[in-house]
Design a protein around this ligand. Structure first.
Ligand code: AHR
Length: 489
């Protein structure tokens, strides 16, 4: 198969916001307890944080981590996770049916984030709580004043404010599964008043309002319109969430799912602009795709988890090779929409639907670790237009899905990195590069495997790993492969 990739450096999509390569840690399963935090572990530091996990988080270069949920946040009292550990309450956690010990809270997590070299995207509880607790949390985290909550932080041993700049106004409040789910009108009012109080407390923060929990929600569209009309002046971003899966084992259809993500993004951006026009506003609301990933492998096994377990193995999807290709296509879609998507979070980071898995003996890198790492390391700079001409197929309910999908980023050193997935299961794609004059291909990294279902297991942890291809001669994207092509001046 032939695929023509045309680079037009004059067509800049956008300067990419580094936060496009964010991730997520929720108080769920073994993400926190037994994931980032395991006192007594052989690699634990003075605060109980696993150094082996932290090294891998650094390797991914994650610029921002959403915390503490997720569904968890809608029943969470943030004060429970502050102050002396021995006084912290052990509570029933209703979102996931577990027990929360509160041994990690914002006091510890902000320290973990500092040590891991990342920023926090903090969510407030708009389920069981509201504006009052949210503004108190902003004061606790960000203010230097001689006032009650800022002084509480000092009493707890943190003289300097944490300086958290990005905040989520609740989580998936459109979903009936959410603790204290709200209608669009109810959420819009609650979010608007909470946003006002949070920004009055600290005007330097940015706020993300909840959009739809996925593209097929019955309220999708109307939810966004209602929230935007009410909150427009007080928010900066609206969120999108979507998980993808292959429950019917239809690999071509599964590999096509990024087309759905693309449509979802473009629709939400259009709704933002519709409301902008209605309001005759100069302000543009951008998008925060703050939960995206593959999630379906663990659905059945999770039904067996006994209620009120502590840190159970929950949402522990074991990712195979085709999942890594899908993650690659989703990353390409985010880069190509970086004019509107400024923040995105791979959900999640450790153990729970995650690229990093832990055992007492050490960590394992899942297949999806690699495309995410490549995009985070080499996808910084300016997204530029990379047009692909190639054959198409119909699959997954979608028509004319191109076999080859690609994104190009002009890096700060003037080089260009191309990310490309060849979705064809049979044919490699011979690449004809136009518009690359003055650029030399210096490396071609590929993630490829004969077995679409291959995983990195405990017994064989390096079954699916990237390899370097020769850069002499014609460039071809192998059948079913993730490719990183680095061009230098
Ligand atoms: O990431 C897992 C869960 O998925 C989150 O808690 C929730 O927001 C979403 O439904």
């Amino acid at each position: 198969m032939k695929a023509k990739l045309t680079l037009d450096k004059s067509k800049v999509i956008s300067q990419i916001d580094d936060r496009l390569y964010g991730s997520f840690i929720e108080h769920l399963g073994r993400a926190v307890y037994g994931g980032i935090y395991q006192p007594g572990h052989k690699t634990a530091d003075d605060m109980g944080f696993r150094q082996d996990v932290m090294e891998l988080v650094k390797k991914l270069g994650v610029p921002i981590v959403r915390y503490p949920g997720g569904n968890f946040v809608s029943g969470y009292n943030w004060e429970d996770g502050t102050g002396p550990k021995e006084k912290r309450p052990k509570k029933l956690e209703l979102a996931w049916g577990t027990v929360e010990t509160n041994q990690v809270g914002i006091d510890e997590f902000q320290e973990w984030a500092k040590r891991a070299g990342t920023d926090i995207m903090m969510a407030v509880n708009l389920g069981t709580r509201g504006a009052d607790e949210a503004r108190q949390l902003v004061e606790y985290c960000n203010l230097d004043t001689d006032t009650y909550y800022a002084n509480k932080r000092r009493e707890n041993g943190f003289e300097k404010p944490f300086g958290i700049k990005l905040w989520c106004l609740g989580n998936e409040m459109d979903g009936p599964w959410q603790i204290c789910h709200l209608t669009a009108r109810e959420y819009a009012r609650k979010a608007c008043e909470t946003a006002k109080l949070m920004k009055w407390t600290d005007p330097s923060i940015e706020l993300v309002a909840c959009g739809s929990s996925h593209k097929n929600m019955p309220t999708f569209g109307e939810w966004e319109r209602t929230v935007l009309r009410e909150c427009y002046e007080h928010i900066d971003y609206i969120s999108l969430h979507n998980y993808y899966g292959n429950p019917t084992n239809d690999t071509p259809g599964y590999l096509a799912q990024a087309v759905n993500m693309d449509e979802f993004i473009k629709t939400v951006a259009a709704i933002c602009d519709e409301v902008k026009a209605e309001k005759k506003s100069d302000k543009t609301i951008n998008l925060s795709f703050d939960e995206w990933n593959v999630w379906f492998h663990s659905n059945e096994q999770d039904k067996q988890i006994p209620r009120w377990s502590y840190a159970p193995r929950q949402l522990e999807d074991i990712y195979n090779f085709e999942d890594a290709l899908v993650v690659g296509t989703l990353l390409i879609t985010l880069i190509n929409n970086s004019d509107r998507v400024k923040i995105a979070c791979l959900a999640q980071l450790v153990n729970v639907i995650a690229p990093i898995m832990t055992e007492d003996e050490g960590c394992r890198l899942q297949t999806i670790f690699y495309p995410f790492m490549h995009a985070s390391l080499y996808g910084r700079g300016k997204a530029i237009c990379a047009a692909v001409e190639c054959g198409c197929y119909d699959g997954g309910g979608l028509k004319n899905v191109p076999y080859v999908t690609a994104a190009a980023v002009e890096n700060d050193d003037g080089g260009v990195t191309v990310f490309a997935v060849n979705r064809s299961l049979e044919e490699s794609a011979e690449l004809d590069t136009a518009g690359f004059e003055g650029l030399k291909l210096v490396s071609h990294t590929v993630l490829d495997c004969d077995d679409m279902k291959a995983v990195n297991s405990l017994a064989d942890p390096e079954h699916v790993v990237p390899a370097e291809l020769s850069v002499n001669g014609a460039t071809a994207l192998p059948a079913h492969s993730w490719n990183v092509l680095r061009f230098k001046k």
